[in-house]
Design a protein around this ligand. Structure first.
Ligand code: DON
Length: 302
């Protein structure tokens, strides 16, 4: 069934008007062909379907935040929620305003401020933070050569003044324990990780499989996975999380590299890549394709 559905979605998506702009506030991301497009689905029973540019790696950017939160949650448990909330922010991913009147506690771990706090937790907990985080992702996916894109990380370091402001602001509230530059360095590297649509579905397998990777390793317990998926549903697309829920009806996470991962617990994980972004920083065509997927199959969490 998925074969035919994905084929139809691909054909229809290719006919859509080219709306949206490639992210260029990180200069290195602007070098990507904006018309790349792929959709890949891995089912929990082990079937795989893909069409388009599904094996080409791209910068996963904020998609990595779901993975950093999962690792911090597995290491620290419920304690992580003392320093970061679980509410949608209703603001852009890189917004500063809320942080001041909410006294340095980011609304959720997926906005940049929240992800910086999670990065700080990981730096404290891990012996070799960047290498260990990469190791975690390689372990979840079973893919040994997943790596940082050092050019992208450097490009964001050179231009990431807003994230630097957020990290310093968090530090002024006492919600960053490590050196600000070390936190930013970790965060820029985690965002730079390069993966393909196919690889993303394998990495996110455990979110749809009650916490177990495809090789049977337990990453999170059932309650933690439920909570992570709830967070992706309510906060995974920033100030467009309501719209994504309304149109697609799946928990997921987006990134400004144009990637989206979404999943239906106990059924499948799906990933799209199209670098043209809407004004909320989410992939325009990716959202369209996922809306078509849940509409055509009738498979969503609602
Ligand atoms: O911090 C940033 O601005 C980027 N490294 C990540 C932002 C992002 O991917 C937002 N998602 N759609």
């Amino acid at each position: 069934m998925f074969d035919k559905v994905l084929q139809d979605i691909y054909t229809e998506s290719k006919l859509q008007p080219k709306i949206g702009e490639i992210a260029n506030y990180i200069p290195e991301l602007a070098n990507v062909n904006p018309d790349k497009f792929g959709i890949y689905l891995t089912s929990i029973s082990g079937e795989e379907f893909g069409i388009g540019d599904v094996h080409e790696r791209f910068s996963i950017q904020s998609v990595s935040k779901a993975l950093s939160v999962a690792l911090a949650y597995s290491l620290l448990g419920e304690k992580i929620w003392e320093r970061v909330g679980v509410e949608p922010s209703g603001n852009p991913f890189n917004s500063l305003v809320q942080l001041e009147y909410e006294k340095g506690i980011p609304r959720n771990p997926f906005i940049n401020a929240g992800a910086l706090v999670i990065a700080d937790m990981l730096i404290t907990e891990l012996k070799n933070p960047k290498e260990d985080f990469l190791g975690f992702i390689r372990n979840c996916s079973g893919i040994a050569d997943i790596n940082f894109d050092y050019k992208v990380a450097q490009s964001e370091k050179d231009t990431g003044f807003r994230n630097a402001a957020l990290a310093n602001f968090l530090k002024s509230f006492g919600n960053i324990n490590n050196d600000v530059d070390e936190v930013l360095d970790f965060y820029f590297h985690q965002c730079s990780i390069a993966m393909s649509c196919s690889e993303l579905t394998k990495t996110f397998f455990f979110f749809a499989n009650q916490g177990l990777t495809s090789s049977g390793e337990l990453i999170l317990n059932q309650s933690q996975v439920k909570r992570m998926n709830a967070l992706m549903q309510t906060c995974g697309f920033y100030d467009e999380s309501g719209e994504f829920t309304y149109r697609v009806g799946l928990p997921g996470k987006s990134g400004v590299g144009g990637g989206i991962v979404a999943l239906l617990p106990k059924q499948f994980i799906v990933s799209t890549w199209s670098p043209r972004l809407n004004s909320n920083g989410n992939s325009e065509l990716g959202m369209y394709a996922l809306e078509q997927l849940t509409t055509k199959t009738g498979m969503s969490i609602f």
